[in-house]
Design a protein around this ligand. Structure first.
Ligand code: APR
Length: 255
């Protein structure tokens, strides 16, 4: 039975009041938002036979050069797992409010659960799991066939690009790579213009993404954090809701 933490009533009331009076809300989400959809966070994904590898080796240009088949197999297993997952109540609550035009989304997550819950125009700072592209010519390849999550071998040769024959790679940002310039610029502009930031399900340790809540605060925004644990951003937050995203967000967003 999973531990379900409900937010304290006083904290929820205060957070709800801030959400109602906010002019522009930015949600900054991390892997914890997808945890209740069964998607392990980046580090938890190193369970089982992945535990033998350094995560930053699997998600880095060096790892890809050293053993593209190992890296591709790891991403294919993550893609298959996301395909089999469903958006949770937290994703749906955000989509409902975003629909009302009150809230915009910046995510570190590479899954498509925000979009499958109904959110549009999500800013993906770390790329997108299904936006495969050729590692040589950069051509996009959305049509890569995927096995089911239970059928992914430990190593799988990446498919070849139909345009140049180069290896197709995942459309995510690897450690040591720059964030997509447009995504960062849009996220920074939205952050500077918001008067409330909802920080949901992130440890706040990966830069430069974790700078966004600091930027929001510097521009006078209030910060509400939703996370059952404390994070590197908890001290910055004006209010920490110690609850899970799927429990807290429907309450806070009145969805
Ligand atoms: N609801 C809300 N928060 C949760 C939940 C939940 N159900 N379950 C876990 N969390 C919190 C954890 O307490 C933790 O603080 O989510 C956070 C997950 O932290 P990380 O695993 O570090 O994920 P994230 O912060 O998104 O990592 C940022 O680092 O690994 C890279 O590129 C990867 O985008 C990722 C980036």
């Amino acid at each position: 039975m999973a531990l379900v933490l409900a937010p304290r009533v006083s904290d929820s009331a205060r957070a709800r009041a801030w959400i109602v009076e906010a002019r522009a809300i930015v949600v900054f989400s991390g892997a914890g938002l997808s945890a209740e959809s069964g998607i392990p966070t980046f580090r938890e994904a190193q369970t089982g036979w992945w535990a033998r590898f350094d995560p930053e080796r699997l998600a880095s240009p060096r790892g890809w050069e050293d053993d593209a088949a190992l890296v591709w197999a790891w991403y294919v297993s993550r893609m298959a797992r996301v395909r089999e997952a469903m958006p949770n109540a937290g994703h749906r609550a955000l989509a409902h409010t975003a629909y009302a035009g009150k809230l915009s989304l910046v995510t570190q997550n590479v899954d498509d659960l925000h979009e499958r819950a109904g959110c549009r125009d999500v800013v993906h700072l770390h790329g997108e799991l299904f936006a495969h592209r050729c590692s040589a010519c950069g051509k996009g390849h959305a049509d890569v066939a995927l096995p089911s999550s239970r059928a992914v071998p430990e190593r799988l040769e990446p498919p070849g690009c139909t345009q140049c024959g180069g290896r197709i790679r995942p459309g995510v940002v690897w450690f040591g790579e720059n964030l997509p310039a447009t995504a960062w610029e849009r996220a920074a502009a939205m952050t500077a213009a918001c008067d409330l930031m909802l920080v949901v399900g992130t440890s706040g340790v990966v830069q430069p993404a974790a700078r966004l809540p600091v930027l929001a605060k510097r521009h006078g925004a209030r910060i509400i954090e939703v996370n059952p644990q404390a994070s590197a951003l908890t001290d910055l937050a004006d209010l920490h809701i110690a609850a899970t995203a799927a429990t807290a967000l429907p309450i806070l967003l009145d969805a």
